[in-house]
Design a binder for this molecule. Sequence first.
Ligand code: ATP
Length: 327
Amino acid sequence: MNKVAEEAAFTRGEDAAGWAIDVRGLTKRYGERVVVDNVDLQVRPGRICGFLGPNGSGKTTTIRMLCGLLTPDAGEGTCLGLDIRTQAPLIKRQVGYMTQKFGLYDDLSIRQNLDFIARLFALPERRAAVDKALDDLGLRERQHQLAGALSGGWKQRLALAACLIHRPRLLLLDEPTAGVDPKARRDFWDQIHRLASEGITVLVSTHYMDEAERCHELVYIAYGHVLARGTEAEIVQGAHLTVYEVTGAITAEQQARVAEAPGVDSVAPFGNRLHVAGRDAALVEQAVAPLAAQGLNVARAPANLEDVFISLIGQAQDNFAEGGVPS
Ligand SMILES: Nc1ncnc2c1ncn2[C@@H]1O[C@H](COP(=O)(O)OP(=O)(O)OP(=O)(O)O)[C@@H](O)[C@H]1O
């Protein structure tokens, strides 16, 4: 690619190959512990990529390496067409990073908080930028309320407005809706989709499966390793799980017995239903047969993301137990 084409790609917020995020082999150690191990990540502009994995699996550490807040011990690549190792200051100016903790001032109003952030970025038309952020996120009517007096959902909305005030091309959202009620989460996700449709790329970590389902693509990480990636359908198909759904008055003892049966990777309750899943169809069928004989309803069911992730984490534990859990 020639210089002109390269600059055009940079202006669009992507690298020469058209990726908004394109990193390979990202690795981070703390002392002897490898907490992110050889992670590759590629996301196209305007896509919403969900970043999932158990607590402590390396999501935050990866996100911080992407925006230049942490230097990787190994690995390379670009964010918005900029080198994560050598152009971190430029990346930071074009990224909106929402951390897990509410980082704004409780004793300032919504407007004052946004104005403060606009000053930090030295935005030229500060008042207009704050007005736009208030309007875009539906915060205008509450602009004089103190941030500390807002409910969790409105705080998240304000945090998102603060992330967007400098018009970033990439949003890195670290569990943005933790502890927020379902209606506020839904509103938040409507905003994320609106932003993506405007061309903003989003990498969002979450533990909520309904949120994972709203992403264009997903990356699942455990022990610092990527275990699965793709669309929801690709991940579910790729897992090759056989799932039986059990309904009826199942006892704790029956549940424990089926969980211990050979070939059962995961047993997960969903309301009054129990999902029993594994990769070997014959073994799973054998495991649930006694439950049917005991009068419970047992029927094949499609695998869902949660079945897959529970199964993957179980396999990862087995692998690491055999090959040595990463220290
Ligand atoms: N500054 C640090 N020093 C030492 N260990 C750290 C540091 N920061 C993170 N870790 C460890 O690295 C591992 C990965 O942490 P990270 O916060 O990236 O995980 P996560 O997937 O974001 O977890 P969660 O879902 O709980 O937010 C954890 O075991 C954590 O304790």
